[in-house]
Ligand binder design. Structure first.
Ligand SMILES: Cc1ncc(COP(=O)(O)O)c(C=O)c1O
Length: 322
């Protein structure tokens, strides 16, 4: 399972990293609902998710601060997208990467991490995040080669979204922004983009999308949901800094339905949290009828979910041989 890269760090100049960010903001019309929302296409980042931004930012910051050496090993506990993104940055720059993931993580995520040359360590204990985070700290305490990006507590996470994603949204929106709504994993996206939008449009309202089955911000107990990549059962520290005006609950079933609509009616091959975000945005657009644009994010690609409930029951092909 372990693959060690032999390229020295930054040797190739990592051209793939220039493809990160500056993703388009596209209008999505919902004629039956009588609304238009604007969606930031983060699934177009090179490794397929919004997490490419943090991965590049944290590694380049560590390089600038002299924290990485050719024998450094980037070590992170993640539910998938951050692991794929860090593995991509590691592959492009020539760093070893070790990813700690719950044994419940989908097979395609594991395969992508492996293909990008990173080492994967799976942990059990019901797949609880804290188990993996504790493990990463123990490993780092024993071996000085490990560098921990710490996406859940690293302020760079939110700062990069504030100066990157958020500024892009303000620049790309067709006019004033009335509402931003998106889910949270680490809370970095919501805190950072929320701040950038409020700084420019102080009357804009910022909402967190939460799975209805795990609506922690709404004061409810976490339970099982199938909107992967968001709401891991705790309120992340970075979210405390988010300029939140409220939360919107979306059920896993609603998220699946909207995600399939995005595939079939809009040609957008995105993951379940993107469907949840769009469902929340459409609901807010209908309820609030804000003067400014309603903005949300399409966080990752559908291909990451072939083995999950999103594609359950789909035949491999509906074509007939002639
Ligand atoms: C799949 C996925 N990844 C990442 C994020 C953003 O997470 P974070 O709060 O860690 O910035 C989201 C948010 O909706 C998501 O759906």
């Amino acid at each position: 399972m372990t693959t060690t890269t032999t390229v020295s760090p930054s040797k190739t100049g990592a051209p793939v990293l220039h493809l990160i960010g500056n993703t388009p903001l596209i209008p999505l019309l919902f004629p039956a609902e009588g609304v238009t929302i604007f969606a930031k296409c983060e699934f177009l980042n090179p490794s397929g998710s919004i997490k490419d931004r943090f991965a590049r930012c944290v590694i380049e910051d560590a390089e600038q601060r002299g924290l990485l050496t050719p024998d450094s090993i980037i070590l992170e506990c993640t539910s998938g997208n951050t692991g794929i993104a860090l593995s991509m940055v590691g592959a492009a720059k020539g760093y070893r990467v070790t990813i700690l993931m719950s044994e419940q993580a989908s097979h395609e995520r594991r395969q992508l991490i492996h293909r990008l040359g990173a080492e994967l360590i799976l942990f059990g204990s019901g797949g609880r995040y804290q188990t993996g985070i504790d493990l990463s700290r123990q490993m780092a305490a024993k071996d000085r080669r490990y560098f921990l990006p710490r996406q859940f507590e690293n302020p760079l996470n939110a700062a990069d979204h504030e100066h990157g994603t958020g500024v892009e949204i303000v620049r790309q929106a067709p006019g004033p922004i009335g509402v931003l709504v998106t889910g949270y994993g680490t809370g970095g996206t919501l805190a950072g983009t929320g701040k950038a939008i409020k700084a420019h449009y102080p009357t804009a309202r910022i909402y967190a999308m939460e799975p209805a089955e795990a609506a922690l911000l709404a004061g409810e107990c976490p339970c099982c949901h199938t909107i992967e990549g968001v709401a891991d059962g705790f309120v992340p520290p970075l979210l405390r800094d988010a300029p939140l005006d409220g939360e919107v609950k979306v059920t896993s079933a609603e998220a699946m339905t909207m995600t399939r609509r995005l595939h079939r009616e809009y040609g957008l091959l995105v993951g379940t949290s993107s469907g949840a975000n769009v469902a929340a945005a459409v609901r807010l657009a209908r309820q609030l009828r804000p003067a400014g644009a309603v903005v949300t994010l399409l966080c990752d690609r559908a291909e990451r979910y072939f083995s999950t409930a999103l594609f359950a029951g789909d035949p491999p092909t509906t074509g007939e041989a002639v």
